[in-house]
Design a protein around this ligand. Structure first.
Ligand SMILES: NC(=O)c1ccc[n+]([C@@H]2O[C@H](COP(=O)([O-])OP(=O)(O)OC[C@H]3O[C@@H](n4cnc5c(N)ncnc54)[C@H](OP(=O)(O)O)[C@@H]3O)[C@@H](O)[C@H]2O)c1
Length: 349
């Protein structure tokens, strides 16, 4: 994991300062403030990106609050946050490259998942390992592109790598209006599956308006519509046992996220449940990798995946963006505009 401010050699950049949303204690969105901090310089294998846009992901607010406590153990900082600048998604232009980087050059429009490399997307600049980046889809503006990496990678890996979805299979996405769920609906359809989804009753019509007919306002209605070959649970707030009657005899259940209790239920009992019932019961731990990021770029450029950007905030209003996400006001994703790109014909703000 790369620290946010690693002094080291770079071909072109000299450290100065930048604006960033930072925190020095765990808590609600009020612990976040706009600060002036040192601008990072890339290590040999890193790329310095001038950030044009970022987005808010559930993982960002879990780390902001330090809940569940497991995140403090995983990312360090038992009592105070070790990671002070959050932001697991970002897109922008390469400002400088480390001496060992050959894949990118200054000016390239890139996007990436920073969740395994120290976060830092809520800032004007960030240093990212080249392996966590891909070229930004050419048909997306920066705000929309910033919403893709973490959520769409989780959706792709949950469906394909873990769920091993096949064309023609019936797939249910629980949490279809969420960040991961909104991409999962589209990616499952792109992979040839027949897709259905469950979301909050208030968002059903909005999700249907994206072209999905089989969207249910309750788990019970979705279960009655089964059986499914694969259930991707991005909002696991009910027991895995509730979903088993909705699976085909060899159907698979994949937990992506939800409550801590449900996470431990699947992690600790998943293989035993699988043995008793014959249903593979799995948990996703998504990982950024350039191949899957490139696959997403291809799906977006083919028009098969289109981010649902519910709204956009300026960097200084990141706390409001997180409040909206926590309050379940978002359908799809919420973007954060950081810099305008002078190369874009339509400015971000
Ligand atoms: N395993 C991994 O590698 C991995 C990767 C990425 C994300 N995740 C996790 O996956 C989960 C979803 O991520 P996301 O980015 O999609 O989050 P998100 O955009 O904030 O969406 C949250 C989803 O959870 C639903 N939800 C929230 N509270 C609920 C409740 N009390 N009862 C029922 N449903 C509830 C929401 O439903 P409505 O939209 O209907 O309100 C929405 O579908 C998070 O827990 C995240 O940490 C895990």
């Amino acid at each position: 994991m790369a620290p946010a401010f690693t002094p080291s050699q770079s071909r072109t950049e000299q450290p100065v300062t930048m604006r960033a949303i930072a925190q020095t204690r765990y808590g609600g969105p009020d612990v976040l403030s706009l600060q002036t901090v040192p601008k990072p310089s890339p290590a040999a294998d890193q790329v310095l990106v001038r950030v044009y846009a970022t987005s808010v992901h559930a993982g960002d607010w879990h780390l902001m609050r330090g809940t569940p406590w497991l995140v403090r153990l995983i990312y360090g900082g038992l009592f105070t946050p070790k990671i002070q600048i959050l932001g697991s998604n970002m897109t922008g232009r390469v400002a400088a490259v480390g001496t060992a980087v050959t894949e990118f050059q200054p000016g390239d429009a890139v996007y990436g998942d920073l969740s395994e490399s120290g976060f830092g997307g809520f800032a004007e600049y960030v240093c990212v390992p080249a392996a966590s980046l891909a070229l930004k889809p050419v048909n997306l503006g920066f705000e929309a592109a910033a919403t893709v990496p973490v959520s769409a990678l989780a959706a792709l890996q949950g469906l394909q790598t873990v769920g091993q979805v096949q064309p023609g299979q019936r797939v249910l996405i629980n949490g279809a209006a969420g960040g991961v769920g909104s991409f999962a609906l589209q990616i499952a359809a792109a992979l040839g599956a027949e897709v259905a989804g469950v979301c909050n009753a208030a968002k059903v019509e909005q999700v249907r308006s994206h072209g999905y007919d089989r969207i249910f306002a309750s788990g019970e209605a979705a279960i009655a519509d089964g059986p499914y070959d694969l259930i991707l649970d991005t909002a696991a707030y009910r027991s895995v046992f509730d979903w088993l009657p909705a699976l085909t005899p060899s159907g698979t259940y994949v937990l992506v996220g939800g409550s801590t209790a449900r996470f431990f239920q699947v992690m600790l009992l998943g293989s035993a449940i699988a043995k008793w019932t014959g249903h593979p019961i799995k948990g996703l731990v998504s990982e950024p990798n350039p191949e899957d990021l490139q696959r997403l770029t291809d799906l977006v450029e083919a028009g098969q995946v289109v981010p649902w950007v519910d709204r956009t905030y300026p960097l200084a209003e990141t706390p409001a963006a997180i409040r909206a996400l926590e309050a379940r006001q978002i359908c799809g994703k919420v973007a954060i505009a950081v810099h305008n790109d002078p190369a874009e014909t339509t400015p971000l703000t």
